[in-house]
Design a protein around this ligand. Structure first.
Ligand code: 5GP
Length: 142
């Protein structure tokens, strides 16, 4: 059965895409734990890291640093980044299509790392703000 990220990949559900090639897609996480919070997913459906073949691992891991640098470039106040992936329900995975969180960090964000995956700021964002962030990252990648 298609999961929500399969539907985003297929364009059946809208998303704020920041990068796409034949193998991977990156788009803004709806929750925006911090501004610029992005998800990177392999297009090939794999539930989690335990199902990765070498090609999937290569494509995803080669994209992560490029994406991280591009996100950082969008805002001089970004001084760090949490990159993480929850694998399995016991690890907090809620969407069963492998994904990597890139969560920009700011000197004064006062985030408690252990709470990062449960934070949801989507109520503070409207279409224009999501699009602005996505456009900034796309531009930084070009
Ligand atoms: P997990 O908890 O599995 O590590 O992360 C799932 C992430 O997917 C959450 O951070 C959540 O905000 C995000 N998410 C869930 N549904 C959607 C959606 O429809 N669109 C987008 N862009 N993100 C979503």
């Amino acid at each position: 059965m298609a999961d929500i990220f399969d539907k985003i990949i297929e364009g059946e559900i809208p998303s704020y895409k920041v990068y796409e090639d034949a193998d991977v897609l990156a788009f803004l996480d709806i929750s925006q734990v911090t501004p610029g919070h992005t998800l990177l997913v392999p297009k090939k459906h794999v539930d989690n890291i335990f199902d990765y073949d070498d090609e999937t691992a290569q494509k995803v891991l080669l994209t992560l640093p490029k994406l991280a640098r591009a996100i950082r470039k969008t805002n001089p106040k970004i001084t760090g980044m949490n990159i993480s992936s929850n694998n399995g329900e016991s690890a907090g995975q809620t969407v069963m299509h492998s994904h990597w969180h890139l969560i920009p960090r700011f000197d004064d964000d006062h985030l408690n790392e252990t709470l990062v995956p449960t934070i949801d700021h989507s109520a503070d964002y409207d279409d224009a703000r999501y699009q602005e962030l996505a456009d900034q990252i796309k531009k930084a990648l070009s």
